[in-house]
Design a protein around this ligand. Structure first.
Ligand SMILES: [Zn+2]
Length: 184
């Protein structure tokens, strides 16, 4: 098992610009279809236990690892769901195994992307074109959005969101959703 296992998460987010006034209605919907259950700690910010149908929505690859859904005596690390709501939008990317995004214009990997992390656009060092952060191909290792659903304790490609989940999120929000992995 890779050492960074405990530090990686799967993130779901709207594929295109999308803003939400408040996240309570979204949380209610996620609870309704049993993707999440109750809040872990009402004081903490938006952490939820996995719901009864969690494994219908997230498919684990290979021989299914024994997934911990609660803290145990041996480990305080477990799989839970966290909702992040940022204003303005934020780029979440891997600290470990970071990959250069591909420029939407020349399709080449951009080397200077780390300089532009707090900006809304990046000037490609290959073709000198400036493009929106959203339009870069982040190759499933980063995402730029106001809203993220984080599922903790998932190593890159260890688990994949099922189409039924992406469809439900699209129904609730009216926009397409996508996903990526990030390790701290
Ligand atoms: Zn370029």
């Amino acid at each position: 098992m890779p050492q960074s296992f405990d530090q990686c998460s799967l993130y779901l987010h709207p594929a295109h610009h999308f803003s939400l006034k408040e996240i309570t209605p979204l949380i209610t919907e996620l609870q309704k279809f049993n993707f999440i259950s109750q809040a872990i700690n009402k004081q903490a910010d938006h952490g939820y236990f996995a719901g009864d149908k969690f494994l219908d929505y997230i498919a684990y690859m290979g021989c299914a690892p024994s997934i911990q859904f609660e803290a145990s005596e041996n480990s305080s690390n477990f799989c839970f769901i966290k909702i992040h709501h940022y204003r303005p939008a934020k780029l979440i990317h891997s600290q470990k195994q970071a990959r250069a995004p591909h420029c939407p214009n020349c399709k080449k990997p951009v080397k200077n992307w780390q300089d532009a992390r707090s900006a809304t656009s990046i000037k490609c060092d290959q073709c000198e074109t400036t493009s929106n952060i959203e339009s870069f191909n982040w190759r499933k290792m980063a995402g730029y959005a106001q809203l993220f659903i984080e599922i903790t304790d998932i190593f890159p490609k260890e688990a994949i969101p099922q189409q039924i989940l992406l469809d439900k999120l699209a129904d609730i929000t009216g926009v397409e959703w996508t996903y990526f992995y990030s390790c701290r």
